[in-house]
Write a protein that binds this ligand. Structure first.
Ligand code: SF4
Ligand code: SF4
Length: 412
């Protein structure tokens, strides 16, 4: 089912750029933020995203392929840009890309840190990351204890009786994790899946502020991947990076990666990356969630016949991921060769490349900063985080604790 969702925020979505007046509050913010950044040893001239991939210090923030709350996305982008991430991955929607850009530029107005790449995520067929929950709240039994509300990690379900409150699933906040489906005792929650349109994606990729695309695939139907790839046409030629996100499909994983690489190879003028999606959308659950991502990475990194491309973990990644990588000697260790050498590819010698390019953080990254965004909202309503320095400093401290160990900031 091909669907398009409209992004909206419950306050004026005309987000501000960098031309707003500097208030006393902004000045205070600037000093406090500078102090936090200095104390953590973040280098403003940190490595380029490509160098980070080579060194194994790449960090990507995943806003969520279906998460479209532009206010949160702007604030998350601001906080994680200041923390030094290399890439911000978001929904393939113009309003969402605008929000990411606003956050990045607002961060750079505070400190002249280098710009992370912006990546948009699309799918070649039905995929867990591209779905929404939906139900009619008026159809719910009055005596239901509302377990759906409690289980949702995105605060995307509201059954508030307050006058004017939005009820049911807040579509822009639902990112499709699926946790609400099994807890409803009355089976009222529907799953709505969608596939991003290739032609619309190709148009979005032509924007100068979009640097990368990520194709989510199950790897089980190579024809779907090829169809999407052909549909993107020349739009990929100006990109810096193309990522393919795939789950572990056992013995077939490497051969499927090689088939997809062959499909892309002819017009490959960009770097390519394999996102190894261990246990999708589970990083916020706890220590156990990261094991599948690490086990997947261990297997692929050891495969001799894998195709060219950087490797990056996702799906279950959290504060325990770096420890797991260290344990398996995959953290920033240098190495080795991959199967093919494409002369057209803008690539450096594989011998100078880390085994694992880096890590993408999604649900966990949103959770630790989201707690602070929620408390700010409770006090001030929807707001720009830089207007509330105490919240920005807290959010930045959380973000640095996650990003720092991969970047090897002195304080980490
Ligand atoms: S629990 Fe997950 S799928 Fe259900 S509404 Fe919340 S984010 Fe959406
Ligand atoms: S658990 Fe099911 S029935 Fe109960 S409020 Fe949620 S959707 Fe409605």
């Amino acid at each position: 089912m091909a669907l398009s969702f409209t992004c909206y925020a419950s306050f004026n979505p005309q987000l501000r750029g960098t031309d707003r007046p500097i208030t006393q509050s902004n000045k205070k913010c600037l000093e406090k933020v500078k102090n936090v950044v200095r104390a953590n040893g973040v280098c403003l001239n940190t490595t380029s995203p490509h160098e980070s991939l080579q060194k194994g210090s790449w960090v990507k923030l995943i806003c969520g392929a279906s998460f479209e709350d532009v206010v949160d996305i702007r604030n998350l982008s601001l906080v994680y840009t200041l923390a030094g991430v290399d890439c911000i991955d978001c929904a393939a929607d113009g309003s969402v890309v605008n929000a990411v850009n606003e956050g990045i530029e607002a961060a750079r107005a505070i400190l002249p840190i280098r710009r992370p790449w912006i990546m948009i995520s699309v799918n070649d067929h039905e995929d867990l990351h591209f779905r929404k929950a939906q139900f009619d709240p008026d159809d719910c039994p009055l005596d239901c204890s509302r377990p759906c509300e409690n289980v949702c990690p995105a605060n995307a379900i509201s059954l508030s009786d307050k006058l004017g409150a939005q009820r049911g699933v807040l579509t822009e906040r639902c990112y499709g994790c699926g946790r609400c489906f099994p807890v409803c005792p009355y089976d009222k929650i529907m799953e709505i899946t969608y596939i991003r349109d290739a032609a619309a994606t190709a148009e979005l990729l032509k924007r100068s502020d979009v640097d990368a695309v990520e194709i989510h695939t199950s790897g089980r139907h190579i024809s779907f991947f090829k169809e999407l790839w052909d549909g993107l046409g020349d739009s990929v030629s100006c990109l810096k990076l193309v990522a393919v996100s795939l789950p572990d499909i056992g013995d077939k994983t490497i051969s499927v990666m090689n088939m997809m690489y062959s499909a892309m190879e002819a017009n490959m003028s960009f770097f390519n990356l394999w996102q190894l999606d261990g246990r999708p959308m589970s990083g916020d659950i706890g220590r156990g969630a990261t094991r599948e991502a690490i086990a997947f990475a261990v297997r692929v990194a050891a495969a001799k016949d894998k195709p060219q491309g950087f490797l990056q973990l996702a799906g279950g990644t959290n504060a325990h991921t770096v420890d797991g990588l260290r344990k398996h000697r995959l953290f920033q260790t240098t190495t080795t060769s991959t199967k093919s050498e494409n002369k057209n590819l803008r690539s450096t010698s594989p011998s100078s490349t880390a085994l694992i390019g880096g890590v993408a953080y999604g649900g966990y990254a949103r959770k630790i900063v989201g707690r602070i965004l929620n408390s700010m909202q409770a006090l001030h309503g929807h707001a720009f985080i830089e207007d509330h320095p105490e919240h920005l400093v807290m959010a930045l401290t959380e973000a640095l604790a996650l990003v720092g160990p991969i970047k090897c900031y002195p304080s980490s």
